[in-house]
Design a protein around this ligand. Structure first.
Ligand code: PRP
Ligand code: URA
Ligand code: MG
Length: 216
């Protein structure tokens, strides 16, 4: 699927494998253990893709054949920031790829009546302004929560081009709203849905991600 006309959106290749994973998590009859297992598999793919976008520098190494391999290594330090609660589901996938990665938290909840986000809490690594940041939240619906979280990061000195927003499903209007505020943040996603229903849930979507991953 082409991501045109979206600039700065990286959509995972829509392979049959990926569509199969999304089919399971979107299916309303999928029970929590499978929802967690298959969401985790998608999260791992998103983290791996996010890592592909980080800059590298030359790092030549000597091999056991006494040859030099002209390798590369990541240029900067990274950290994760999850939007609590649902975003916490993505932390383990990041830890599985980046040993002892630092993780900050921002607690933002949508008001159930108005769907407007409210900021309750933030706890971020001291040196976050010097890091590349993987912002973690599985759902981008109106974009309000992600905009509020990114605002917090920018106020702490993180450069927008150093933020990578990883999510499982986004809406077209969520992308538009988010990029109107932060055109230089790259969104890495696995699915772009048609839109939102009257309750501001993604359609076709999968329902409430946090509830399905943690509660029901
Ligand atoms: C969900 C989701 C995002 C937000 C997306 O969280 O995890 O944070 O809604 O919606 P938006 O783009 O319209 O802001 P929610 O506030 O439901 O809390 P939860 O993580 O506890 O489920
Ligand atoms: N939050 C969710 O968990 N799902 C949606 O569809 C929208 C916001
Ligand atoms: Mg949330």
């Amino acid at each position: 699927m082409s991501t045109e006309p979206f600039r700065n959106v990286c959509l995972l290749p829509q392979t049959n494998q990926l569509l199969g994973l999304y089919t399971i998590i979107r299916d309303r009859s999928t029970a929590r253990p499978d929802f967690i297992f298959y969401s985790d598999r998608i999260i791992r793919l998103l983290v791996e893709e996010g890592l592909n976008h980080l800059p590298v520098m030359d790092r030549p190494v000597e091999t056991h054949t006494n040859e030099t391999f002209k390798g590369v290594g990541f240029k900067g330090k990274i950290c994760g920031v999850s939007i609590v609660r649902a975003g916490e589901s993505m932390e383990q996938g990041l830890r599985d790829c980046c040993r002892s990665v630092r993780i900050g938290k921002i607690l933002i909840q949508r008001d159930e009546e108005t769907a407007l986000p409210k900021l309750f809490y933030e706890k971020l690594p001291e040196d976050i302004a010097d890091r590349y940041v993987f912002l973690l939240d599985p759902m981008l619906a109106t974009g309000g929560s992600a905009i509020m979280a990114t605002d917090v990061l920018i106020k702490r000195g993180v450069k927008p081009e150093r933020i990578f927003f990883l999510n499982l499903i986004c809406s077209k209007e969520g992308i538009d709203n988010y990029h109107k505020a932060f055109p230089d943040v790259k969104i890495v996603t696995g699915a772009i849905d048609r839109g939102l229903n009257e309750d501001k849930y993604l359609v076709p979507g999968l329902g409430d991600f946090g509830d399905r991953y943690y509660c029901i």
